[in-house]
Design a protein around this ligand. Structure first.
Ligand code: ZN
Length: 306
């Protein structure tokens, strides 16, 4: 039996927040359904942020409600604060992901709070979520963990300090995010090891961007260090409105190709996944779409993991 790797599609959230135009709600929902039909089992469908800040996310509650009953699919929503987490809960999200920027500059620009203040907010959110009758998972994500477009170098010690503060609140999972895409494979290996040593098994995931063209190399480095949980975006959409210069997430199609070729089962049908590009393009015709696999076609040598 092949070892399983979870791929969480974050295109509808991370990908769309930088899009030049707004994807209409029905188009978004149709797109998410085709992603699920390809076998993707975790989809981050939006974020509960003020629509004035990110108008692309104004319909997140509606999108969650329309997708939360897709069989076998974990619907994730991002929320930067308790109000957002309450919105995610009310809409029925299975998991809420809360970002905590490790770098002071990004944290202030994004949330107008220091990293430690935002860490406290995660504690409040977890307390509130656990007091509710329905279970909702909470993921805490250390953003800008590999470098920051505002502050520059983010010391490993600073990442570990934030990760430890978050782990103390006992989220269900903790992830490291290369929000601006400055990581390199050696750094990924080092930080994955150090974070696991500091917080243990709660640390499960990597969220990577391809700004420097090292996205898949970084994913491979994480894979070799035992990471089995990756975020990626169809067609490599994405960026961060508060992180100048950040480009798209690692490309889901290419990540799935790499993982399956290496013998890691994702449960995702690559040919069907490529078909999910069409509703994305129809919903956002002006948006550039990436993917080497889409460009070249699935080669005859490709065998999905058993
Ligand atoms: Zn991101």
């Amino acid at each position: 039996m092949a070892e399983h790797v979870t791929v969480c599609e974050v295109g509808p959230r991370d990908g769309l927040q930088m899009a030049r135009t707004i994807m209409a709600t029905p188009a978004k929902i149709a797109w998410i359904r085709t992603i699920a039909a390809a076998g993707v089992r975790e989809i981050e469908v939006g974020s509960f942020v003020p629509p004035k800040l990110i108008p692309q996310m104004a319909d997140t509650a509606e999108v969650v409600r329309a997708t939360v009953n897709l069989p076998g699919v974990t619907i994730v929503a991002l929320a930067p604060n308790l109000r957002g987490a309450m919105g995610a809960y009310e809409a029925g999200a299975h998991r809420v992901s809360i970002p905590v920027s490790v770098s002071e500059g990004h944290s202030r620009a994004n949330l107008n709070r220091s990293p430690m203040e935002q860490g406290e907010e995660v504690g409040h959110i977890i307390q509130w979520v656990r007091a509710q009758p329905r279970r909702m998972e909470v993921e805490a994500a250390c953003s800008t963990a590999f470098g920051c477009s505002i502050d520059g170098v983010v010391p490993e010690a600073a990442v570990l300090r934030v990760a430890e503060a978050l782990a103390a609140h006992q989220p269900d999972t903790l992830a490291l995010a290369d929000t601006v895409g400055y990581a390199n494979p050696a750094q990924v290996k080092s930080l994955v090891r150090a974070t696991r040593a500091a917080v243990g098994k709660v640390f499960t995931g990597l969220h990577l961007h391809d700004t420097m063209g090292l996205g898949l190399a970084n994913a491979l480095a994480g894979l070799e260090e035992g990471i089995r949980d990756f975020d990626s975006a169809l067609a490599g959409l994405g960026g961060c409105p508060f992180a100048p210069g950040a480009s798209g997430n690692i490309v889901t199609e290419d990540l799935v190709f790499m993982l399956e070729s290496m013998g890691f089962a994702t449960g995702i049908d690559l040919a069907k996944l490529l078909e999910a590009r069409r509703p994305l393009h129809e919903g956002l015709p002006a948006e550039p779409m990436h993917s080497q696999v889409a460009k070249a076609g699935i080669p005859k040598t490709f065998r999905a993991a058993a």
